[in-house]
Design a protein around this ligand. Sequence first.
Ligand SMILES: O=C(CO)[C@@H](O)[C@H](O)COP(=O)(O)O
Length: 217
Amino acid sequence: MILLAPSILSADFSRLGEEVSAVEAAGAQYLHIDVMDGHFVPNISFGAPVMKSIRKMSQMVFDVHLMISDPLRYIDDFAAAGADIITFHIGCSSDIDETLDKIKSHNIKCGLAVNPDIPAERLFPYRDKIDMALIMSVFAGFGGQSYIDGVNAKIQAARTFFGPDFDIEVDGGINLTNKTVPIANGANVLVAGTAIFGAQSPKEAVCSFLNETEIDN
Ligand SMILES: O=C(CO)[C@@H](O)[C@H](O)COP(=O)(O)O
């Protein structure tokens, strides 16, 4: 089953509640929450208080993507704010095992992410500790970039290594035209920001993503 994770990075923050309700009503299963610190990536987005405020009005799986230098320091905050999955990056400054253990201590699922210039094999030693692998199909930091086809082999390598029942999420530059590409290479969780919240109707965009994704499969 393909899961869709609309990224609120591209939402209209002045109407965040309405935007979240629209994608939830349309059937999106995950809500992708992009947290950026202006240090690990050049951009700054928002933190746990914003997530906490939308947690009250949504039942979606809150899929938190920490693009921050020292994720270990903030796991407690995001857990308390209602995260269901917390993913952070290979290459951050926190100890990876310690951070995964911290996430697990909250009974939350954990994921590890790799930017396009980091091989999928860097995820493999953590196989028994993680619930999801996040393969970035753009360099983390900004919405609205173009999908990098060079990551397709990496998605395949991750699928081969982790097996058929493991969650492999792909994030960046995914739209209605190219969404079959990550799926064909082994992804089962698709993140889309601009293609959903940049559409005239985010609700219709989610329906198109989900319906057409089913037809393609
Ligand atoms: O993590 C990121 C960017 O760093 C992504 O989640 C993007 O926000 C996806 O947005 P689009 O590429 O779909 O616009």
